[in-house]
Write a protein that binds this ligand. Structure first.
Ligand code: NAG
Ligand code: NAG
Ligand code: NAG
Ligand code: NAG
Length: 270
């Protein structure tokens, strides 16, 4: 039986520490499954043309986009508008106003109590502008930080260092906001799938961080520019998928019967 959204919200406090793995992949004919949770996102390539005129889109235009992309109502919505990163004091006030307006308009057309957060924003906010980000956080509850934890080289330690830096920034802005990093089984630089031993090591490390992370997102394939037809058609045959499923099977005890962390498919709040 499916829990109603109201029931879900009532459970919010009790499950505050649950660790979830979100499937934000869109590889052809391939979803992660195995207890991963749904999530919604609006990509940067959708945001860019909407802001291209140097003004906000109309509320109606933005709400139409939100309704189109929120395919799993009640699950978190991640917004990605990278030109609004709070990294320039000269434009920060306007950026904040636009970020707040876009998230308020989004909240108007999705179920009450939905998580709304911004991809990449916390790690790309200048220290001097943390106050701006705190104002944005106060504008919508519940929220979460969704920093990138993408992979640039075959080095677990480099990847960990970058993640640790993002986490420290998130905590400096507001340590009570859940952090849910974005992972991706392809190299950020050339989009090839990186060796599965590195991917498995990243997954294991993320699970070990369940006291500071509320989970993580697996991204991939949403943007044709980073996974073309040939990549799409074979993405599900790459070893990352089996490794991810093996990991999920024991993470939640779905198949072993002994969960390693609390969490699971049914998203009930952060
Ligand atoms: C992709 O980039 C990674 C990291 O720089 C590198 O190790 C790998 O050889 C590259 N692969 C291809 C196919 O260029
Ligand atoms: C941090 O976030 C919580 C939850 O939204 C909020 O109650 C609190 O006021 C925030 N703290 C700061 C310093 O903004
Ligand atoms: C995806 O699945 C559909 C329906 O089974 C099939 O027709 C199509 O060829 C598949 N595409 C790829 C790239 O495997
Ligand atoms: C976090 O993971 C450890 C094992 O690594 C486990 O003992 C603990 O229960 C987990 N905590 C939550 C909240 O899932």
């Amino acid at each position: 039986m499916k829990l109603s959204l109201t029931t879900s919200l009532a459970l919010h406090g009790a499950l505050a520490a649950a660790f979830r793995v979100y499937d934000n992949t869109a590889y052809t004919n391939t979803s992660v499954g195995f207890g991963s949770s749904n999530i919604n996102w609006i990509p940067n390539y959708v945001c860019i043309p909407l802001l291209a005129g140097g003004t906000l889109p109309s509320a109606e235009a933005w709400k139409t986009v939100v309704k189109q992309w929120v395919v799993y109502p009640g699950y978190p919505l991640v917004l990605d508008c990278e030109q609004l990163y709070l990294n320039d004091a000269a434009t920060a006030d306007q950026d904040l106003e636009w970020l707040a307006t876009l998230q308020t308009w989004a909240a108007d057309v999705i179920p009450a109590g939905s998580v709304i957060g911004w991809y990449g924003l916390v790690a790309n906010t200048n220290t001097a502008l943390y106050g701006h980000l705190r104002t944005l956080v106060a504008n919508h509850t519940p929220t979460a930080f969704f920093p990138s934890a993408y992979t640039f080289s075959y080095s677990l330690s480099t990847w960990k260092t970058a993640l640790t830096t993002s986490l420290a920034k998130a905590h400096a802005v507001n340590s009570s906001i859940p952090v849910i990093p974005y992972t991706w089984p392809q190299y950020h630089g050339n989009y090839s799938f990186f060796p599965v031993d590195l991917w498995s090591a990243e997954l294991a490390y993320l699970a070990s961080q369940n006291s500071t992370l509320a989970g993580f997102v697996i991204w991939g394939g949403k943007n044709h520019a980073v996974c073309n037809d040939a990549c799409q058609a074979t993405a599900g045959q790459q070893p990352w998928l089996a490794a991810t499923r093996t990991y999920l099977a024991s993470l939640y005890g779905q198949y072993s019967g002994t969960p390693e962390v609390a969490g699971g498919q049914l998203f009930t709040g952060l």
